[in-house]
Design a protein around this ligand. Sequence first.
Ligand SMILES: CC(=O)N[C@H](C=O)[C@@H](O)[C@H](O)[C@H](O)CO
Ligand SMILES: CC(=O)C(=O)O
Length: 309
Amino acid sequence: MKDITKYQGVIPAFYACYDAEGNISTEGVRALTRHLIAKGVKGVYVGGSSGECIYQHVDERKAVLEAVMSEAKGKLTVIAHVGCNNTADSVELARHAESVGVDAIASIPPIYFHLPEYAIAKYWNEMSAAAPNTEFVIYNIPQLAGTGLTMSLLREMLKNPNVVAVKNSSMPTQDIQMFKDAGIAARGEGNFVVFNGPDEQFVSGRVIGADGGIGGTYAVMPELYLAMNEHINKGEIEAARAIQYDADRIIYKMCEAHGNLYAVQKEILRRMYGLELGGVREPMPGLIPEDEPIVAEAQAMIEAAIAKL
Ligand SMILES: CC(=O)N[C@H](C=O)[C@@H](O)[C@H](O)[C@H](O)CO
Ligand SMILES: CC(=O)C(=O)O
């Protein structure tokens, strides 16, 4: 039996942390890690979409992960997203992630070119082979990656004993059931995990069988997702749904800004907690003065939703 309890719960996607010049701020990384530990989350997902991975160099991604580990070791489950545009860089990050002691590595499929399934499997398996003592999480996000996880590709990947989970960001919630069924058929009950991806569907995803969630808006309002998760564990669906509605209204509000969602969230964390995490890397749009009322309103909505708990 694998220990999947470390994946059951609320796992925020970690934000990219920059200094005033736009360089990686390891101080910011450490501060955000400590902040999330204090909030009581289960783990962190480092270097994914929210980590702006595709805009960061290999050395920067290593520095971020090392800074996370310096605070999180033994306190949080750490999943390191190691996917890069080419296999060699991904393999290097996978090897590095194992050397610093992460719980799991994860990867999107190769982006831009729509490669055949055998090439995607080879890309993932080569990363996994570079971290042979580390579990592997498949990151399915077809709307951004351009390629979706098929059942045949998942079955192929399940031949690799390190494959322990799918982080599913596709929008049909029934995909969670399909992936979980296939994982359990291969591994046995209790040995395979599916994470909910779309934060707007956290409750729906958990109800249909997701063991936990990994999401880009958890870090700015972890209290709400932790409370939803607790209610679901107790079967209190109406209470969970009420908080989900609040979270969704907050997400829609944050998405109204000209600046990217991640820029909005980091600005809210700065205002609420004094966390200095910087902006976003170009070509993502940063905040503009006209975003001010949206940021202020979203912050007020978060505070009001937390106050209701
Ligand atoms: C498409 C996308 O980025 N999905 C993220 C990860 O699954 C989510 O966590 C979103 O950031 C979140 O649901 C806000 O829309
Ligand atoms: C949710 C997720 O995987 C990310 O934003 O990194």
